[in-house]
Design a protein around this ligand. Sequence first.
Ligand code: P6P
Length: 333
Amino acid sequence: MSVQADKNGITLGNWLDQAKTDPALVSALEALADAAFKIAKTIRTAPLLGQTGAANAVNVQGEDQKLLDVISNDISVAALSASPHVAAIVSEEIEDVIQNPNAGAGAGLVVCLDPLDGSSNIETNSAIGTIFSVLATSSAARPVTEAAVLAATNAQRAAGYVLYGPATLLVLTLGKTVAMFAEDAANGEFVLVRDNITIARKASEFAINMAHRRHWEPAVTAYIDALVAGETGPRGKPFNMRWAGSMVADVHRLFVRGGIFIYPALQTPGGANGKLRLLYEAIPMAMLVEAAGGKAIAGKAPLNTITPKSLHQRVPLALGSAEEVERLMGGYV
Ligand code: P6P
Protein backbone atom coordinates (compact mmCIF):
# COMPACT_ATOMS: atom_id res chain seq x y z
CA MET A 1 0.00 0.00 0.00
CA SER A 2 1.63 3.25 -1.10
CA VAL A 3 2.07 6.05 1.41
CA GLN A 4 3.16 8.43 -1.36
CA ALA A 5 0.50 10.95 -2.30
CA ASP A 6 -1.34 9.52 -5.26
CA LYS A 7 -1.63 11.77 -8.33
CA ASN A 8 -5.34 11.86 -7.59
CA GLY A 9 -4.97 12.82 -3.95
CA ILE A 10 -4.49 11.31 -0.51
CA THR A 11 -4.39 7.53 -0.36
CA LEU A 12 -5.56 5.44 2.59
CA GLY A 13 -1.89 4.90 3.40
CA ASN A 14 -1.26 8.69 3.38
CA TRP A 15 -4.29 9.28 5.61
CA LEU A 16 -3.24 6.64 8.12
CA ASP A 17 0.32 8.00 8.06
CA GLN A 18 -0.87 11.56 8.65
CA ALA A 19 -3.03 10.30 11.55
CA LYS A 20 0.12 8.74 13.03
CA THR A 21 -1.72 5.41 13.21
CA ASP A 22 -0.14 2.56 15.13
CA PRO A 23 1.71 0.31 12.62
CA ALA A 24 -0.13 -2.78 13.85
CA LEU A 25 -3.48 -1.12 13.15
CA VAL A 26 -2.21 0.08 9.76
CA SER A 27 -1.30 -3.52 8.96
CA ALA A 28 -4.81 -4.78 9.77
CA LEU A 29 -6.54 -1.95 7.88
CA GLU A 30 -4.35 -2.40 4.82
CA ALA A 31 -5.17 -6.12 4.87
CA LEU A 32 -8.87 -5.25 4.94
CA ALA A 33 -8.34 -2.82 2.03
CA ASP A 34 -6.52 -5.47 0.02
CA ALA A 35 -9.37 -7.91 0.69
CA ALA A 36 -11.87 -5.25 -0.41
CA PHE A 37 -10.15 -4.84 -3.77
CA LYS A 38 -10.28 -8.60 -4.32
CA ILE A 39 -13.92 -8.87 -3.19
CA ALA A 40 -14.94 -5.95 -5.43
CA LYS A 41 -13.34 -7.62 -8.43
CA THR A 42 -14.94 -10.96 -7.56
CA ILE A 43 -18.39 -9.36 -7.28
CA ARG A 44 -17.98 -7.60 -10.64
CA THR A 45 -17.14 -10.86 -12.44
CA ALA A 46 -19.48 -13.15 -10.45
CA PRO A 47 -22.32 -13.19 -13.04
CA LEU A 48 -19.86 -14.20 -15.76
CA LEU A 49 -18.50 -17.01 -13.58
CA GLY A 50 -21.88 -18.20 -12.32
CA GLN A 51 -21.01 -17.21 -8.76
CA THR A 52 -24.12 -15.23 -7.80
CA GLY A 53 -26.05 -18.21 -6.51
CA ALA A 54 -26.30 -20.34 -3.41
CA ALA A 55 -23.37 -22.19 -1.92
CA ASN A 56 -25.71 -25.03 -0.92
CA ALA A 57 -24.49 -24.59 2.65
CA VAL A 58 -25.83 -22.99 5.81
CA ASN A 59 -23.79 -20.63 8.00
CA VAL A 60 -23.63 -20.47 11.77
CA GLN A 61 -26.69 -18.21 11.67
CA GLY A 62 -28.66 -20.98 10.01
CA GLU A 63 -28.86 -18.85 6.88
CA ASP A 64 -28.34 -20.13 3.36
CA GLN A 65 -24.87 -19.09 2.28
CA LYS A 66 -24.27 -17.54 -1.11
CA LEU A 67 -21.14 -18.55 -2.99
CA LEU A 68 -19.92 -14.97 -2.68
CA ASP A 69 -20.35 -15.13 1.12
CA VAL A 70 -17.93 -18.04 1.22
CA ILE A 71 -15.49 -16.50 -1.28
CA SER A 72 -15.54 -13.12 0.51
CA ASN A 73 -14.95 -14.82 3.84
CA ASP A 74 -11.99 -16.77 2.46
CA ILE A 75 -10.48 -13.64 0.86
CA SER A 76 -10.88 -11.66 4.10
CA VAL A 77 -9.49 -14.38 6.39
CA ALA A 78 -6.51 -14.96 4.07
CA ALA A 79 -5.71 -11.23 3.90
CA LEU A 80 -5.97 -10.71 7.65
CA SER A 81 -4.04 -13.89 8.43
CA ALA A 82 -1.08 -12.45 6.50
CA SER A 83 -0.72 -9.75 9.15
CA PRO A 84 1.42 -10.78 12.14
CA HIS A 85 -0.47 -8.19 14.22
CA VAL A 86 -3.85 -9.94 13.91
CA ALA A 87 -4.18 -12.54 16.64
CA ALA A 88 -7.65 -13.77 15.68
CA ILE A 89 -10.67 -13.16 13.48
CA VAL A 90 -14.42 -13.44 14.09
CA SER A 91 -16.46 -13.88 10.92
CA GLU A 92 -20.21 -14.03 10.46
CA GLU A 93 -19.59 -17.12 8.34
CA ILE A 94 -17.57 -19.10 10.90
CA GLU A 95 -18.89 -20.32 14.26
CA ASP A 96 -15.72 -20.16 16.35
CA VAL A 97 -12.88 -17.68 16.78
CA ILE A 98 -10.43 -18.09 13.88
CA GLN A 99 -6.86 -18.22 15.21
CA ASN A 100 -4.22 -16.59 13.00
CA PRO A 101 -1.38 -19.13 12.52
CA ASN A 102 0.91 -16.29 11.37
CA ALA A 103 0.28 -14.11 14.43
CA GLY A 104 3.45 -12.79 16.01
CA ALA A 105 4.15 -13.17 19.73
CA GLY A 106 2.87 -9.67 20.43
CA ALA A 107 -0.16 -9.79 18.14
CA GLY A 108 -2.81 -7.74 19.91
CA LEU A 109 -5.60 -7.21 17.39
CA VAL A 110 -8.85 -9.09 16.80
CA VAL A 111 -10.88 -8.31 13.69
CA CYS A 112 -14.63 -8.99 13.71
CA LEU A 113 -16.28 -8.84 10.31
CA ASP A 114 -19.24 -9.58 8.13
CA PRO A 115 -17.36 -10.38 4.93
CA LEU A 116 -20.34 -9.79 2.67
CA ASP A 117 -23.41 -8.23 4.21
CA GLY A 118 -26.64 -8.07 2.27
CA SER A 119 -25.80 -11.06 0.12
CA SER A 120 -29.50 -11.65 -0.55
CA ASN A 121 -29.10 -8.63 -2.86
CA ILE A 122 -26.44 -10.31 -5.01
CA GLU A 123 -28.92 -11.84 -7.44
CA THR A 124 -30.55 -8.44 -7.97
CA ASN A 125 -27.19 -6.73 -8.61
CA SER A 126 -27.87 -4.38 -5.70
CA ALA A 127 -25.32 -2.76 -3.38
CA ILE A 128 -23.68 -5.07 -0.80
CA GLY A 129 -20.86 -4.53 1.64
CA THR A 130 -18.21 -5.65 4.09
CA ILE A 131 -18.42 -4.46 7.71
CA PHE A 132 -15.45 -4.65 10.11
CA SER A 133 -14.40 -3.79 13.64
CA VAL A 134 -10.77 -3.87 14.85
CA LEU A 135 -10.44 -4.62 18.56
CA ALA A 136 -7.39 -4.57 20.83
CA THR A 137 -7.06 -7.58 23.11
CA SER A 138 -5.05 -7.33 26.31
CA SER A 139 -5.01 -11.12 26.61
CA ALA A 140 -1.75 -12.77 25.58
CA ALA A 141 -3.37 -16.19 26.09
CA ARG A 142 -3.47 -18.35 22.99
CA PRO A 143 -5.71 -19.55 21.50
CA VAL A 144 -7.73 -16.32 21.69
CA THR A 145 -10.94 -17.31 23.46
CA GLU A 146 -14.50 -16.13 22.91
CA ALA A 147 -14.33 -14.48 26.34
CA ALA A 148 -11.21 -12.54 25.32
CA VAL A 149 -12.94 -11.34 22.13
CA LEU A 150 -16.04 -10.24 24.04
CA ALA A 151 -13.88 -8.37 26.56
CA ALA A 152 -12.02 -6.66 23.72
CA THR A 153 -15.22 -5.04 22.45
CA ASN A 154 -14.48 -2.38 25.08
CA ALA A 155 -11.31 -1.51 23.14
CA GLN A 156 -12.46 -0.90 19.58
CA ARG A 157 -9.58 0.73 17.68
CA ALA A 158 -11.22 1.16 14.28
CA ALA A 159 -14.45 0.45 12.47
CA GLY A 160 -15.54 0.70 8.88
CA TYR A 161 -17.36 -0.68 5.94
CA VAL A 162 -16.78 -1.18 2.23
CA LEU A 163 -19.76 -0.45 -0.02
CA TYR A 164 -19.69 -2.35 -3.30
CA GLY A 165 -21.97 -0.16 -5.40
CA PRO A 166 -21.51 1.80 -8.62
CA ALA A 167 -18.28 2.84 -6.89
CA THR A 168 -16.43 0.84 -4.27
CA LEU A 169 -16.20 3.07 -1.19
CA LEU A 170 -14.43 2.60 2.13
CA VAL A 171 -15.82 4.52 5.12
CA LEU A 172 -13.51 4.39 8.13
CA THR A 173 -13.12 5.77 11.65
CA LEU A 174 -10.30 5.49 14.16
CA GLY A 175 -12.70 6.84 16.77
CA LYS A 176 -12.65 10.63 16.36
CA THR A 177 -13.49 11.40 12.72
CA VAL A 178 -15.01 9.63 9.74
CA ALA A 179 -13.36 9.53 6.31
CA MET A 180 -14.56 8.20 2.98
CA PHE A 181 -12.27 6.74 0.32
CA ALA A 182 -13.06 5.68 -3.24
CA GLU A 183 -11.39 2.77 -4.99
CA ASP A 184 -8.97 3.88 -7.70
CA ALA A 185 -8.91 0.51 -9.45
CA ALA A 186 -6.25 1.65 -11.96
CA ASN A 187 -3.79 2.28 -9.15
CA GLY A 188 -5.04 -0.30 -6.66
CA GLU A 189 -5.60 2.41 -4.03
CA PHE A 190 -8.37 3.84 -1.88
CA VAL A 191 -8.25 7.63 -2.39
CA LEU A 192 -9.72 10.11 0.10
CA VAL A 193 -12.89 11.77 -1.23
CA ARG A 194 -14.42 13.14 1.99
CA ASP A 195 -13.00 13.72 5.49
CA ASN A 196 -14.43 14.78 8.85
CA ILE A 197 -17.90 13.61 7.78
CA THR A 198 -20.75 14.54 10.13
CA ILE A 199 -24.36 13.35 10.39
CA ALA A 200 -26.85 16.21 10.78
CA ARG A 201 -28.81 16.23 14.06
CA LYS A 202 -32.09 16.66 12.18
CA ALA A 203 -33.37 14.40 9.41
CA SER A 204 -36.20 13.91 6.93
CA GLU A 205 -35.60 10.31 5.92
CA PHE A 206 -35.94 6.93 7.63
CA ALA A 207 -34.98 3.37 6.76
CA ILE A 208 -36.95 0.43 8.17
CA ASN A 209 -38.59 -2.65 6.69
CA MET A 210 -42.24 -1.57 6.85
CA ALA A 211 -43.43 -5.12 6.11
CA HIS A 212 -42.62 -6.00 9.74
CA ARG A 213 -44.87 -3.25 11.18
CA ARG A 214 -47.29 -5.69 12.80
CA HIS A 215 -44.38 -7.15 14.80
CA TRP A 216 -42.91 -3.89 16.14
CA GLU A 217 -42.89 -2.76 19.75
CA PRO A 218 -45.34 0.11 20.48
CA ALA A 219 -42.52 2.69 20.73
CA VAL A 220 -41.33 1.89 17.19
CA THR A 221 -44.85 1.86 15.77
CA ALA A 222 -45.66 5.24 17.36
CA TYR A 223 -42.37 6.76 16.16
CA ILE A 224 -42.71 5.55 12.56
CA ASP A 225 -46.45 6.37 12.35
CA ALA A 226 -45.60 9.96 13.34
CA LEU A 227 -43.09 10.16 10.47
CA VAL A 228 -45.55 8.65 7.98
CA ALA A 229 -48.25 11.12 9.11
CA GLY A 230 -46.13 13.88 7.56
CA GLU A 231 -47.28 17.52 7.49
CA THR A 232 -50.58 16.90 9.27
CA GLY A 233 -49.04 14.64 11.91
CA PRO A 234 -47.19 15.39 15.14
CA ARG A 235 -43.92 16.05 13.31
CA GLY A 236 -45.50 18.68 11.07
CA LYS A 237 -43.33 17.86 8.08
CA PRO A 238 -43.04 15.14 5.40
CA PHE A 239 -40.51 12.31 5.73
CA ASN A 240 -39.13 10.06 2.99
CA MET A 241 -38.48 6.33 3.34
CA ARG A 242 -35.77 4.14 1.85
CA TRP A 243 -35.02 0.44 2.49
CA ALA A 244 -32.25 -1.17 0.41
CA GLY A 245 -32.34 -4.39 2.43
CA SER A 246 -28.57 -4.08 2.65
CA MET A 247 -27.34 -2.56 5.92
CA VAL A 248 -24.18 -1.04 4.42
CA ALA A 249 -26.18 0.73 1.68
CA ASP A 250 -28.84 1.94 4.15
CA VAL A 251 -26.31 3.13 6.73
CA HIS A 252 -24.13 4.76 4.08
CA ARG A 253 -27.08 7.02 3.23
CA LEU A 254 -26.86 8.46 6.76
CA PHE A 255 -23.36 9.78 6.00
CA VAL A 256 -24.59 11.29 2.75
CA ARG A 257 -27.83 13.01 3.86
CA GLY A 258 -28.65 12.08 7.46
CA GLY A 259 -31.63 10.04 8.61
CA ILE A 260 -32.30 7.09 10.88
CA PHE A 261 -31.80 3.37 10.23
CA ILE A 262 -33.81 0.93 12.33
CA TYR A 263 -33.82 -2.84 12.59
CA PRO A 264 -35.92 -3.25 15.75
CA ALA A 265 -36.81 -6.15 17.98
CA LEU A 266 -39.67 -8.08 16.41
CA GLN A 267 -42.48 -9.60 18.47
CA THR A 268 -42.10 -12.93 16.69
CA PRO A 269 -40.57 -16.26 17.84
CA GLY A 270 -36.82 -15.63 17.94
CA GLY A 271 -37.22 -11.98 16.92
CA ALA A 272 -36.75 -10.37 20.34
CA ASN A 273 -33.20 -9.30 19.49
CA GLY A 274 -33.90 -8.26 15.93
CA LYS A 275 -31.74 -9.57 13.10
CA LEU A 276 -28.44 -7.68 13.13
CA ARG A 277 -25.36 -8.99 14.91
CA LEU A 278 -23.75 -7.08 17.74
CA LEU A 279 -20.03 -7.73 17.19
CA TYR A 280 -19.65 -7.23 13.45
CA GLU A 281 -22.63 -5.11 12.43
CA ALA A 282 -23.99 -3.00 15.30
CA ILE A 283 -20.77 -2.19 17.18
CA PRO A 284 -18.75 -1.06 14.12
CA MET A 285 -21.63 0.90 12.59
CA ALA A 286 -22.29 2.56 15.96
CA MET A 287 -18.64 3.64 16.24
CA LEU A 288 -18.84 5.22 12.78
CA VAL A 289 -22.16 6.95 13.41
CA GLU A 290 -21.13 8.27 16.84
CA ALA A 291 -17.78 9.52 15.49
CA ALA A 292 -19.85 11.53 12.98
CA GLY A 293 -22.02 13.04 15.74
CA GLY A 294 -24.93 10.60 15.46
CA LYS A 295 -26.36 8.22 18.05
CA ALA A 296 -26.90 4.45 18.29
CA ILE A 297 -29.35 2.57 20.53
CA ALA A 298 -30.45 -1.01 21.14
CA GLY A 299 -34.14 -0.78 22.01
CA LYS A 300 -34.42 1.81 24.77
CA ALA A 301 -30.74 1.82 25.81
CA PRO A 302 -27.60 3.25 24.22
CA LEU A 303 -25.84 0.48 22.30
CA ASN A 304 -22.64 0.85 24.30
CA THR A 305 -24.50 -0.27 27.44
CA ILE A 306 -25.02 -3.73 25.96
CA THR A 307 -22.68 -6.38 27.42
CA PRO A 308 -21.74 -8.86 24.67
CA LYS A 309 -22.49 -12.43 25.68
CA SER A 310 -21.65 -14.43 22.54
CA LEU A 311 -19.86 -13.98 19.23
CA HIS A 312 -22.94 -14.09 17.01
CA GLN A 313 -25.58 -12.58 19.24
CA ARG A 314 -28.18 -10.37 17.64
CA VAL A 315 -29.28 -6.96 18.88
CA PRO A 316 -32.09 -4.56 18.02
CA LEU A 317 -30.57 -1.43 16.49
CA ALA A 318 -31.44 2.13 15.61
CA LEU A 319 -28.79 4.64 14.61
CA GLY A 320 -28.33 7.92 12.74
CA SER A 321 -29.29 11.56 13.26
CA ALA A 322 -29.15 12.29 16.99
CA GLU A 323 -32.51 14.07 17.22
CA GLU A 324 -34.37 11.18 15.59
CA VAL A 325 -32.65 8.50 17.68
CA GLU A 326 -33.39 10.49 20.86
CA ARG A 327 -37.08 10.79 19.85
CA LEU A 328 -37.35 7.04 19.24
CA MET A 329 -35.56 6.22 22.52
CA GLY A 330 -37.84 8.64 24.38
CA GLY A 331 -40.88 6.69 23.23
CA TYR A 332 -39.94 3.66 25.30
CA VAL A 333 -41.57 3.70 28.70
P1 P6P B 1 -34.84 -7.80 5.94
C1 P6P B 1 -28.98 -8.48 5.06
O1 P6P B 1 -29.43 -9.83 5.06
C2 P6P B 1 -29.23 -7.92 6.45
O2 P6P B 1 -28.53 -8.64 7.40
C3 P6P B 1 -28.85 -6.44 6.48
O3 P6P B 1 -27.85 -6.12 5.59
C4 P6P B 1 -30.15 -5.75 6.14
O4 P6P B 1 -30.26 -4.46 6.74
C5 P6P B 1 -31.20 -6.71 6.71
O5 P6P B 1 -30.62 -8.00 6.73
C6 P6P B 1 -32.45 -6.74 5.86
O6 P6P B 1 -33.38 -7.56 6.53
O7 P6P B 1 -35.60 -8.42 7.06
O8 P6P B 1 -35.38 -6.44 5.54
O9 P6P B 1 -34.65 -8.69 4.73
